[in-house]
Design a protein around this ligand. Structure first.
Ligand SMILES: [Zn+2]
Length: 341
C-alpha cells in the first residue's frame, strides 16, 4: 500500500516539478510547497519545518524529527551526515530534506561470545565475525564499540524473524563475554551465569539503542531466536524478564493470560501430544510468533531446537526442547500480546 502511495507521490512531484520549470526565475531557490499566499515570513516558516543541520566539533547532525513518527519515519541523525563531495559541485543538505526516511537499525540482537575476554576481542576484531558492541566481564564501566552503528556487523549469520531474513542487514548486535555452556555425556547443557555488572551494562546499552531507533519490543531478540537450529546464545541464564520488568526492554508474556491458556490445555495435553494435527498446530504457532520453521506433522530435531530457543528466552527453568503445557501456554500468551502485523 505504501509503495503505491510513494509512486503516486513521486508522479505528483515529477508533474509539479515539470510545471514549475516554466516559471523558474534566475534567482530561484527551491521551496517546500505551500498552499498559503507567499509573505515575507514564509521563508522562516519553511525553514522551521526543515530539520536543522547542527554542527558540533566539525561534525554535522540532524537533531529534530519532522517526519511522521506514526509511520516510524524519522529525520533525526546520530553522528555525522555522510555526503558525497562531487568535484566542482556543491551538495546541499537543507533544501530537500525528505520526510520519507527512517532508520535501517530495526532489530537488536543479543549474543554471548562463548570465549573469555581476550579471546572474545580477538575473535570479534581480527576475523570475519564482528558485533557493534562488546560487553566485557572485567567489572569496569567500559563497553567496547567495534563497528559503527551505521555499518553492518557480521553477527547474525543465516537468520529469520517473522518476515525478515538476514538480520545483519538491519540490526545492531551486542556480544557479551560469557563462555557459554558445558554438555554432559547425555548432551544436557549447563550454562554459565552473567555477572550483575554485565547485565547492567547490557541493559543500559540496549535501552539507549532501543530508544534512539524506536526498535519495537518484538525486534529485541536472542541469537537463538533468529537462528534456533544453529545457536543457543545468549542462553537461559540471560535475564530477559529482568530487562523487561526493570528496563522495559523486549517482550514478556502476561502471567494471567498464560495461566488461562494453561488451564485450557493441561487436561488433555498428554493425550494429543503425538496427534499429527497437534504437531502441525505447534509448528504453526511457533511460526506465527516469529520463528523460522518448516511446517510438517512430525516432531523433528529442528522443532525441538526451536522449542528450546523459546524456552531459553521465556521458560528458562526447563529448556528440554519438549512442548509441554506450560511452554504451550507461554507461546499462546506471547502470540496474543505481540501479534504479527
Ligand atoms: Zn551469537
Amino acid at each position: 500500500m505504501r509503495k503505491t502511495l510513494y509512486i503516486i507521490g513521486l508522479s505528483t512531484l515529477i508533474f509539479s516539478c515539470a510545471a514549475k520549470k516554466k516559471t523558474v526565475a534566475a534567482t530561484y531557490r527551491p521551496k517546500i510547497a505551500s498552499t498559503t499566499n507567499k509573505t515575507a515570513g514564509d521563508n522562516d516558516s519553511e525553514a522551521a519545518r526543515r530539520p536543522q543541520v547542527k554542527t558540533e566539533n566539525g561534525v554535522e547532525f540532524y537533531r529534530e524529527n519532522i517526519a511522521n513518527i506514526a509511520n516510524n519515519d524519522n529525520t533525526t541523525s546520530y553522528g555525522s551526515i555522510v555526503s558525497a563531495k562531487p568535484q566542482g559541485y556543491k551538495v546541499v543538505k537543507t533544501y530537500f530534506p525528505s520526510m520519507g526516511q527512517n532508520f535501517r537499525q530495526r532489530f537488536l540482537i543479543l549474543h554471548y561470545t562463548a570465549l573469555d575476554d581476550s579471546r572474545s576481542l580477538t575473535a570479534l576484531t581480527q576475523k570475519s565475525v564482528s558485533a557493534h558492541y562488546l560487553v566485557n566481564n572485567l567489572g569496569d564501566n567500559e563497553i567496547y564499540q567495534l563497528v559503527d552503528e551505521n555499518k553492518r556487523a557480521y553477527h547474525a549469520g543465516i537468520s529469520t524473524w517473522r518476515s525478515d531474513k538476514n538480520l545483519n542487514d538491519n540490526s545492531i548486535g551486542i556480544e557479551i563475554v560469557n563462555v557459554g555452556y558445558t554438555a554432559d555425556a547425555t548432551g544436557k547443557k549447563t550454562f554459565l551465569p552473567y555477572s550483575d555488572g554485565q547485565v547492567k551494562k547490557v541493559a543500559a546499552l540496549a535501552k539507549d539503542i532501543v530508544d534512539r531507533y524506536q526498535i519495537p519490543a518484538t525486534n529485541v531478540l536472542a541469537h537463538s531466536d533468529i537462528a534456533p537450529t544453529r545457536k543457543q546464545d545468549p542462553g537461559p541464564l540471560f535475564p530477559w524478564k529482568k530487562l523487561y520488568d526493570e528496563y522495559q526492554i523486549g517482550m514478556w508474556y502476561d502471567e494471567a493470560t498464560k495461566q488461562n491458556f494453561y488451564n485450557l490445555a493441561v487436561t488433555d495435553f498428554a493425550t494429543k501430544y503425538n496427534d499429527p494435527s497437534f504437531v502441525f498446530l505447534v509448528k504453526t504457532s511457533l511460526q506465527k510468533f516469529g520463528y523460522g520453521i518448516d511446517l510438517s506433522e512430525k516432531w523433528d530435531d529442528s522443532t525441538k531446537r526451536t522449542i528450546e530457543a523459546l524456552q531459553y528466552h521465556f521458560r528458562p527453568q526447563n529448556y528440554d526442547g519438549i512442548m509441554d503445557a506450560e511452554t504451550w501456554a507461554i507461546l499462546q500468551a506471547l502470540i496474543q500480546k505481540y501479534p504479527a502485523k
